[in-house]
Design a protein around this ligand. Structure first.
Ligand code: ADP
Ligand code: MG
Length: 261
């Protein structure tokens, strides 16, 4: 079932020729992307180019009209040219989704739960840990993101940077094979961006597989193994940060970078 890989380990994420429409508007136009285990992929591109949609397709929040996605060599639903070939059950989709962490621009914490229970909720909900076990894990993860002293606070009592660090700890609680970040620092005041990027950098160095949509080009240059530039529903070019950010081959990439750098 797995797509082509070079080594014995399948790709962490493989996106095969994905096409996605919203009504009459085509927003993904044949996207192919391979993310290897432990690799950090940074996706950049103008607003409306399909970056969030790509993450949502990977996480099975959206179904592509054509193409498919596999995780660790396991398919997530298959459709080809509108023909319905195979689809996973709801249960299988939930299992797949529990192997993917998702960190949103606006944190999306549960406002009525403490920081501790925001992090502990998912492992209990999927039946993986008891509540005491999940809370113990949550304390460890919150310490890792520098929030050991905030476990009993509610999200509204935290800064945006602290809330986003809780969201990262929450994503880690299911021990996902890959974590997707959709503009994790875009909603933050500038002085809070650094503390969130530092946590993501720590994850990158610990070998977690990450796919990060961001406009922080300096950060991309620092941590990405691969930079992907998207425009108008397509991957226009991809490569190392030096290739894509310092020596872009495509006019559209140069044009974009001249606006954001
Ligand atoms: P990006 O994250 O790169 O800004 P998006 O993936 O959010 O781009 O959006 C790509 C295009 O799809 C945009 O034109 C956007 O307006 C459209 N779009 C995104 N989500 C929806 C939706 N749920 N319904 C209709 N159109 C959408
Ligand atoms: Mg977006």
């Amino acid at each position: 079932m797995s797509g082509a890989t070079n080594g014995p380990r399948p790709a962490a994420v493989e996106v095969h020729d994905v096409h996605k429409w919203y009504g009459a508007q085509q927003v993904l136009r044949g996207v192919r992307l391979t993310v290897r285990p432990g690799e950090v992929t940074v996706v950049v591109g103008p607003s409306g180019s399909g970056k969030s949609t790509l993450l949502r397709v990977i996480n099975h929040l959206e179904k592509p009209e054509a193409g498919h996605v596999s995780l660790n060599g396991e398919l997530i639903g298959v459709r080809r040219q509108g023909e319905h070939l195979r689809e996973l059950s709801e249960r299988a989709i939930l299992t797949q989704r529990s192997r993917i962490g998702f960190v949103f621009q606006n944190f999306n914490l549960f406002p009525h739960l403490t920081v501790l229970d925001n992090v502990a909720a998912a492992p209990v909900a999927v039946g993986r840990l008891s509540r005491p076990g999940a809370r113990e894990l949550a304390r460890d993860l919150l310490a890792r993101v520098g929030l050991a002293d905030k476990v009993l606070a509610y999200p509204r009592q935290l800064s945006g940077g602290q809330q986003q660090r809780v969201a990262i700890a929450r994503a880690l609680a299911l021990r996902p094979g890959v974590i997707l970040f959709d503009e994790p620092t875009s909603a933050l005041d500038p002085e809070l961006v650094g503390e969130v990027l530092a946590v993501i950098k720590d994850l990158a160095h610990s070998g977690t597989t990450l796919v990060i949509v961001t406009h922080e080009i300096g950060f991309a240059r620092e941590i990405a193994d691969r930079v992907v530039f998207m425009d108008d529903g397509r991957i226009v070019e991809q490569g190392t940060p030096a290739e894509v950010l310092d020596h872009p081959r495509q006019e559209r990439t140069r044009d974009f970078l001249s606006k954001v750098l």
